[in-house]
Design a protein around this ligand. Sequence first.
Ligand code: ARG
Length: 469
Amino acid sequence: MSNKMWGGRFAAGPDAIMAEINASIGFDYRFAAQDIKGSLAHVAMLAATGIVTPETAVAISEGLNQVKGEIERGVFTFSHALEDVHMNVEARLGELIGPEAGRLHTARSRNDQVAVDFRLWIRDTIDHLDGQLRDLQKILADRAISYASNVMPGFTHLQSAQPVTFGHHLLAYVEMFGRDRSRFADSRRRLNECPLGAAALAGTSFPIDREQTARALGFDRPTANSLDSVSDRDFVLEALAAAAICATHLSRFGEEIVLWTTPQFGFVALSDAFTTGSSIMPQKRNPDAAELLRGKAGRVIGALTGLLIVMKGLPLAYSKDMQEDKEGAFDSLHTLSLCIAAMTGMAKDLRPDLKRMKAAAGVGYATATDLADWLVRALGLPFRQAHHVTGALVKIAAERNISLEKLTLEDMRAVEPGITPDVFGVLGVEKSVKSRTSFGGTAPANVRAQARRWKARLEKESHAPPGSR
Ligand code: ARG
C-alpha cells in the first residue's frame, strides 16, 4: 500500500528496509505535544485569514485536542508506516473528523512543521535545564557560605600551590554554571523566531499571517527567510554546544569528587546514597555517580560533533539527513539533565573533612608566596629577589622536613638579614587566605560576599518568567 499522506503518485509501498530507515516515529514521538501546539496555532491563523472556514477550524482544533488527550493518556498507537509524528497526528485527526482534517496542512509543509516543533522542544528543554542549574547553584552558594573560611589546598598542576577556602572552590563552579545558563539563555534568544509559514522552502501563495502564529507560539517574531527557516539547525547546535560545555564543567567537578573521596586525599565523603560497594572488596566505596559525570560528558560532546558533521555538507534547503538531528539532541540534553540532577544530589550530600583539608593546605610550602609577598611589602625587595630568598628558605625547611613557620628568625636572617619577627604574622594557611582580599580572591570575607550576591541573584531569578534573562 502506498503512503496515505504523500502516496498519490506511488503505486506500491516502500520496501521494508526503506520504511525502516525512513521512519523517525521511533524518536520524534517526543515532539507530539509541540506538534499539536504548532498545529493549533496554524489552524487558528488559517481561520483568522479566511483560508479555512471557522467551522473547519473548530473541528480540527477539537480533533487535535482529542489526539493530544489520547497521547497524554498513553492510549495513542504510533504507527511505523506513518513515518513520523507529524503524519501520525494528522492521520489520527482524519480518523476522528474525516476529510476536513486534510485542510490543516494548507500553507504548511513538514519542513517548517518539524522546524517549529524542534524549536519549541529545545526551548522547553532549555527552560527546564535552566531551572535545574539554578537549583544546583543555590545549593553550592549555600554551602559556600558554610565553608567560607575553611582552608583547603589550592592546586596548579595538581601540586599544592596556595591555600584557598573550600567555599571559594565551590563558588568557582557557581560561576561556571552561571555562564552555562547564560549560554543557554543566549541560544534561546536567538532560536526564538518562528519558522512556521516557510512551508516547504519558498513560502506560500496563501495569505497567511506569520506574525499571528509566531505570537501564538511565544516566539518573538517570524523568521525572515524561508530557505533558512527550514534548512538550518544552528539552534540545535547552539543548545548542544552549551550542553557540551556544561557537561565539561560537571565532568571536572566529578573528577574532583573522585579525587577528593580517595583515602589518599580524604577531603570529602559521600554517603551511601551516592556511592556503591565492590562485589569483591568489602572496604570499597566507589563514587560511581561522580565518575559517570566524567563519562557521560563524552556522549554529550559526541552529540554536538555528530550533528555538526551531519550539517556541514548539506546544500539548502531541507535534506532528509536532517532527520538525524534529533536522537543525539534528545540523548545529549536528557543526559545533561540527569548529570545536573546527580551533581545536585552530591552537592547536598558531600561531607567535607575540614581538619584534613586544613592539614593538607599547609603541605608543600603552600604559603611560600605569602612569605615572598611579605618580603616585597615589608622590606621593599623586588619580587624576583623575594622569590629567590623564599626559595632558599623553603629549601632549608624541606631539608629539615619542617614547615616555613617552624624556621627560627635566625634561620631566616641567615638568608635575608632584614627579616623581622613580623614575618610570622603572614605564615600559616589561615593567615594566607585572609590576606587574599583582592576582588575575586579567596579571603573568607570575599567568599561570603560573593556567595550572598549569588544567593540574592538566584532568588530573584527564580521568580522571573522563562526567557526573561
Ligand atoms: N521526519 C522528518 C524530519 O524529521 C520531517 C520532515 C520531513 N520532510 C520531508 N520533506 N520529507 O526531518
